[in-house]
Each structure stands twice: as structure tokens, then as C-alpha cells.
Write a protein that binds this ligand. Sequence first.
Ligand code: PEP
Ligand code: MG
Length: 590
Amino acid sequence: MRNGLAVSPGVTIGTAYCIHEVFVDPDKRSLLANQIPGELARFEQARKRSISDLRALQTKVERQVGKDAAAVFSVHESILQDMALVRRIRASIQSDHLSAQAALADLVEYYRTYLERSGDDYLRERMADIRDVVTRLTSYLSDALRPDSGALKGPIIVIADELLPSQVVMLGAKPVHGIVTQAGSQTSHAAIIARSRGIPAVSGVTGILRQTKTGDTVIVDGREGHVIINPEPEALSAYRKLEREFFNLKNQLAHNRDQPARTLDGKCLELLANINNLADAKAALAMGASGVGLYRTEYLYLTHSSVPDEKEQIEIYREIIEASPNHVVTIRTLDIGGDKTVPFLGRTQHEANPFMGWRSIRISFEHPDFFMTQIRAILCAAAAATKNASNSRVQIMFPMITNLEEVRRLQSFVKRGMEQLKKERKAFSKIPFGMMLEVPAAAIMIDQLLQAVDFVSIGSNDLVQYLMAADRDNPKVSHLCQPLAPAVLRVLSSVVTTCRDARCPVTLCGEMAGQPQAFVLLLGMGLTRFSMSPALIPTIKELASHVTIPMAQSLLNAAMKLKTTQKVKSLLNAELLRIAPNLKPILTQQ
Ligand code: PEP
Ligand code: MG
């Protein structure tokens, strides 16, 4: 049994499906002489397809973002056209009888040793380009990643280093029942994707890729953070029982989708969904969300190799608004950087602290035309959606706000966007303007900032990592990056109170909104709007129906007197089991 972080609740059993990066343990078995011509052809085909991808990307990005931004693709193409490099790979296949993937892994190793020893920052950065190119080639070479490779039957447990959005796309419609990653944490992509689909997941299980092979039977316990590889029959039957309980509870809770979200004493709540794409918007509807509280638009760019222009964006947003519950959607502008990078928006320079560096609106400000396209598209999509659904309510929200100057600058962007559209006689709507509160400086100044915005949404994933100075994606500091830490509770409570006193609508859209322990405390602080992964909504709705506001307040008072995170957790774990014992199969004990 291996232990990691419980990042998406539930228990599941399935067949391991290991996604090895090309750089990890490539298959070094020698090819037979008669396989060599086929392997050379496979490599050539992958190279040609990669080159044509890169050319298409370059043209599109150059047109929509600019020449500088597109330059990275021509660098990547020149790597693929470098005959010395191509000869090297062919020789590895031909003379050493290596598969194309193993030859690429050797190449990466060769350059890594050569470039990293150079001690030159510029050359070291080139390593990132080579890895990018090799990853692209591998996506065409690896059977494992192709959606049509149907070798595995039945429920699949994906085992990966960190699940990238592009890999999720490649997994396509496979029956993924569980996810285990070596890296990552509560708020990394894999965790967010798993929760949005209601798939049990465990992250931060170091070395699991070396201990598991595709085809092994794996148990994932997403409540306790356990992963069991090839379990004994006793463990298997015990976990089968838990798996059944989890499924039964999920089915049972699915029935509350049409019931209103209310506390036991009748306080109406808004349970909204966090979405990344159209499929999530549909899931939000199916799970009984009352709207979308956070649409992360960066997934548009993270999962597609192309950049949608204004017209395409309007269409995508309009579709999402129309598919979302009650046509209520808060659209967040691009939040790239930190853990999410998009090649065409730069980041050629290595950053020592990417989460504290060039990310989010800081990047958007440097690409004003590109940013304006998105703002205009959101304003136009809001108008287009209203035409089809008069009750639609669309809001625009900006991430990573640090100070008032940024808010003013963003307001002038929106104003300019509206003036342009008016001049061009294009239909648009004037929509509420909101900020994400995720930087401690903004939390301290919230009384001032809220006067300049129509609403506030607390991004607790980032707020917690910045408050605790603990990277949200680094399992080594996950003991610090805790939303139930007393310091976090104090800040949240003060922000919620300030917003409520000023009658400024406030939502919390970080992952803690869907964590039962945190949810009860937030309710006690006076929060009534929560945005979370769609799959968590039925659980939170059920939990709310067992809690009264005075109960939540007294739990908050008790928790605020405690001095350690562990004590807060223990108190809540015990109380939740008492308050809602029927939710036991889902309640995480970590
Ligand atoms: C957050 O930081 O809490 C948030 C919701 O945004 P993201 O997870 O996309 O950074
Ligand atoms: Mg954030």
C-alpha cells in the first residue's frame, strides 16, 4: 500500500493504465531486424505530423497574438528539421535497434547532460524546447496515449506523473474510474479534473510509476489517500464493499439535483459550479448547480493547440452560457502562468518562483491586443446569450488582483472594449465586473478594493498558498498548504465579514468550497455562495440540509479558538460524522 494526498473522494478498483513520460523508463527492448524499417517510418511520420502542427500553430498565433509570441514554434520546427539530430535518432533505431521512443529518450538524456553542464542559462532554456518537441513527437508515437488504443478493458485507473490537460483530452472517452499521480496536490490539474468528474484520486504518490505496470489491479481510496497495487483477496473484497457504498451514495445523492440548496433551518444557498469546458457545463446542470461561479477560460488554450479568434471565442462562450444551469456564468479571463503554461504567451525565461511571477493578468497586460480580444468576446457572448435566453446572467471576472491600480487598469480595458464594439456596431452587454481575491495584499485591502468592483470571488487555492508561503503543487509542503489552518480561517472570516458589511456579493470558488469540513466553517462565517467542482455539489447540498446556521456558527467559534490545523480537522471530522453520518463513505479523513 502506498500513501498520498486524498484529492478527490471515493473508493474505486480498476486496471492500471500507466502514462509514462517519454523521459521515464522508456521500453529499451531491442527491435528485431525486420521491425526496423517500420520503426523508421513511424518516426518519420511522427516528425512530419509534428512539423505540420507547428506550422499551423505558428500561422495562427502570429495572426492573433503577434510575431514574437509565435517565434517559439519556428524554433521547435527548426529542431525537427535539424538533420544532425534526425540522423542521430535514425542511427539509434537502425544501429542500436531502439524503438523511436527509446531513441528520443536517449536524445533527451544526451542534451540534458550536455546543456545542463554548460552552466549557461540560455542553453539550459533550450532544454525545455527539446523536451517540448520530444513530447509532441511522442504523442504521435505512443500507442498508450492514442484515444483509439482500446487494449485495456473495463474500469481504468490512470497512473501518471502529473496529468496534463492534453493527456486528459487524449484519454478521450476511456472509462477512467480513478487517478493516481506522483506529483500534484489538492489544486493541481489532475485533482481538479478528477473532482469535476467525480473520480476518486490520490496525488503525491512518489515513485508509483515505477511500482506499477499497465494491467495491474489497483485500489484507489480517495478519502484516506491510499493506493493498493495488486491487493490480497481480503483487501480486495473489503474495498469492493466500500466501492459499492460509494457508488450507492453517489446515486442516491444524484436525486437531490432538483431540490433547492438550503440549510436545515431554511437559509437559501447558491451552489455554483467551477467549469473548464462545455462538458463541465453539462455536468454542472446534471449535478444540480444553480449556475457557474467560475469558468476557467485558460483551458481553451491549454487543451487546444490553436488559439480561437474573437468570433470563435464568442461562439464557445455562447455555447457554454446556453448549456449552463440557468444561463448563469461568471467568466474568468485567462489565468495562465504558475502551474499552467501556454507556449505562445512567452515564458521563455525560467522563473524561480512562477506562482509569484509572471502569471495571470500580469501576462494579459503585456499582450493587450490578445487580452482585448477575450474581453470583447465575453461582452459580445453575453449579448448573444441574452438574445437566446433572456434570463441569462453573465459576469466578467479578473484573476490575481493585487492592488487598486490593476482594477482601474482593467476597468479601462473593459470600457475601451465597449467603446470599440459600440463604434463597430456590434452587439454587446454591459456586465458585472468582478475580482478574484487570491493575493494576501488584496485581502488586507479588500475594504478599498470592493468599492471598485461589482462582486468578489475568493480564490482560496491561491490565497492559501500565498498566505502559508507553501506551493499548492508541491507535496513536500502540503502539510502547510491547508485551508483549515487557523491563519487562513482568520483571513477568510475577516474578508467575508467586510464584503457582507459593505453589501458586496461574495463567493468562494476555491476547492475548499466543496470540502465538507471547510464548507461548514464558511457557512458559519456568513458565506452563502459557493462555487465548486460539479461532482461535489450533491454532497454539499446534502450536508447543508443537515446543518443550521447557528450550528455552523458555533462550530466556527470553536474552530477559531483552536491553535493548530490538526485540531481544527479533528474537531470537524468528528462533528461531521455526527451531523451527517450518511455521508461517511465520502467524508475525507485527511
Ligand atoms: C483559486 O485560486 O482558488 C482558484 C479558484 O483559481 P485557480 O485554482 O484556477 O487558480
Ligand atoms: Mg487562482
